[in-house]
Ligand binder design. Structure first.
Ligand code: SAM
Length: 298
């Protein structure tokens, strides 16, 4: 069936989704996070949040039966979509047949060389967005891989579990703020786009969802000498959330009798030992990790 010239979003309507699934005898796999989107308004919101146009590329993770992919094909110059489930490949070939700017890649996004994929799939576009309704069981590893590999991305717009989106965007001081907030905010500027009800998926997930946009920074939010050590300090500071920063750092970096050394580091960093990890800003973590590293090496 050709969809050329048809109304936008044919794949995403509930009846069309059910028809496509039935036609191909497809059974949804919960273990792969297969909750397909069936709401055109949400798809529109996701696509417009990425600010796509014909000069831009879109990298999708998990196209499913192609509901979002179709909208991306209409909005962007080129689309590449990585799908792990081989059973979806013939379905995607069918649903996306009218679009000549889409490339489907079979594979696990966590194992693929994304730098190479981006180079090959987007030879002639300057700006690339990742746009996806992510499988919830691997949201954090996928987002962290996208950020840590320093791909040439403009932004990442993804539907994820609401609670994870809130943690990514959290500011210091609240219980949502933690090492995930700092990691995401080090590389980008996250912003909640919209909260999404269960009813827009087949089947409906049993958690709330949200769309988050992460604008990628040209340079990280803070300058650190040693990125790996910076994140080690952040992780250590949240190891036991109820403990003070002083007790968390002591157990990770010092021997029992060395509290005076740690006190010096905290004093030099301008951080009260009784504070908890969740109250420190990313700038304070940067300063603290630089001073701590110097003391440990001296
Ligand atoms: N984009 C479709 C939509 O919005 O209706 C489907 C989204 S569904 C939440 C997640 C998709 O990711 C599924 O198609 C699933 O098979 C795929 N997926 C799961 N794990 C993956 C992985 N590690 N790499 C690539 N795709 C994966």
């Amino acid at each position: 069936m050709s969809q050329t010239g048809s109304r936008r979003g044919d794949i995403a309507s509930p009846s069309q989704t059910k028809e496509i699934i039935a036609k191909h005898g497809f059974s949804l796999k919960k273990s792969l996070g297969q909750n397909f989107l069936i709401d055109l308004n949400i798809l529109d919101k996701i696509v417009s949040a990425a600010g796509l146009d014909r000069t831009r590329g879109a990298l999708e993770i998990g196209p499913g039966i192609g509901a979002l992919t179709e909208q991306l094909a209409k909005a962007a110059g080129r689309v590449a979509a990585v799908e792990i489930d081989q059973r979806l490949l013939p379905i995607l070939a069918d649903t996306l047949a009218p679009y000549d700017n889409v490339r489907i890649v079979h594979g696990d996004v966590l194992k693929l060389d994304l730098k190479e994929l981006v180079r090959e799939a987007f030879p002639d576009v300057d700006k690339i967005s990742v746009v996806a309704n992510l499988p919830y069981y691997v949201t954090t590893p996928i987002v962290m891989k996208l950020l840590e590999e320093k791909l040439p991305l403009d932004n990442i717009v993804v539907m994820i579990q609401k609670e994870v989106a809130e943690r990514m965007a959290a500011k210091p001081g609240g219980k949502e703020y933690g090492s995930l907030s700092i990691a995401v905010q080090y590389y980008g500027e996250p912003e909640l786009v919209t909260i999404v009800p269960h009813t827009v998926f087949i089947p409906q997930p049993n958690v709330d969802s949200a769309v988050i946009r992460i604008k990628i920074r040209e340079t990280p939010a803070v300058e650190v000498e040693d990125e790996r050590f910076f994140f080690e300090v952040v992780h250590a500071s949240f190891a036991q959330r109820r403990k003070t920063i002083s007790n968390n750092l002591l157990s990770r970096f010092f021997a029992k009798g060395e509290r005076d050394k740690l006190d010096k580091v905290l004093q030099e960093s301008g951080i009260e030992p009784s504070r908890r990890g969740e109250t420190l800003s990313i700038e304070e973590y940067a300063r603290l990790s630089g001073i701590l590293k110097r003391h440990l090496n001296s």
